[in-house]
Ligand binder design. Sequence first.
Ligand code: FPP
Ligand code: MG
Length: 302
Amino acid sequence: MSWVADYEYTWLERIFMRALRTCGHIPKHVAFVMDGNRRFARSQQIDKIEGHSRGFSKLADCLRWCLDLGIREVTTFAFSIENFKRSSEEVEGLFNLARDKFGKLLKETDRLNQHGIRIRVIGNIELLPLDLQKLVATAMLTTEDNDKLFLNVAFSYTSRDEMTQALETVLQQSNNSISGSNISERLLEECMYTRHSPAPDLVFRTSGETRLSDFMMWQLSGSVLYFSNVLWPQITFWNFLASILAYQRDRYRLDKFRQAEHIRSAQLAWSSDFHSEGVQQFLHSMDEDRRKLLVRLASSKM
Ligand code: FPP
Ligand code: MG
């Protein structure tokens, strides 16, 4: 199963897709919380890991729909740090699935390059087994020149961990290029894993759960939240379409909120000297350090 499905649209889906593309406002960034894989597996009397594997196939369909609709960025919650508490059998099964999918990804880089897809794994990847760290680092470096669709896979991720990491990064630099008066929301935001992404416009969670579960809590403050009872492996084009329509209905309020946030953020940046040479140098070297870590992981001997 490829990361981007060869999805065969029905004629009705094709008509709706075209109408949506030409008439409505398309979100730039959509986030998916893929929930309900195990309930699906139970309902079908299949193994849990087969449920997760079917979930991956749906992610590939979603990516195809997003690509065809002109969505530029997709973030998906694939493995929470909380998921380490699941049985070792399930955790190992999920890691094996990830090994398989990232391994296949490296074999289909031509296809990803053709679509211009850049993969970014966001999360605390150093908590993962070493071979998986190497695989995800290689996948990120291999696709780093692509810029048509950004796929952020949240793997070994929680929002609280992301915020803690951001604060640690800043504190390591304090008394050096950063002083206390430089610390602001704007600076912390730039130290998140999502530093190079706009905030999601829409987040879509399946399975009837109406919680964020420690996913992008910083970034989602102004996003349209869409919840559906469908279990993730059963998601269809029509569920996806319903989420986009919900976004189109609610986006006016979102725009107002964003405008106010934009002004507030500019004021914060000004009052905390965000644009000073020291702060910008710090951010630049943080990017370099993050890339160096990927190069080190990708070239590590197994
Ligand atoms: C939540 O359903 C889903 C997960 C914890 C894993 C999702 C992972 C995938 C779909 C595979 C992605 C893999 C890659 C490499 C991107 P759940 O287990 O919480 O199910 P439940 O809510 O029914 O218990
Ligand atoms: Mg769940």
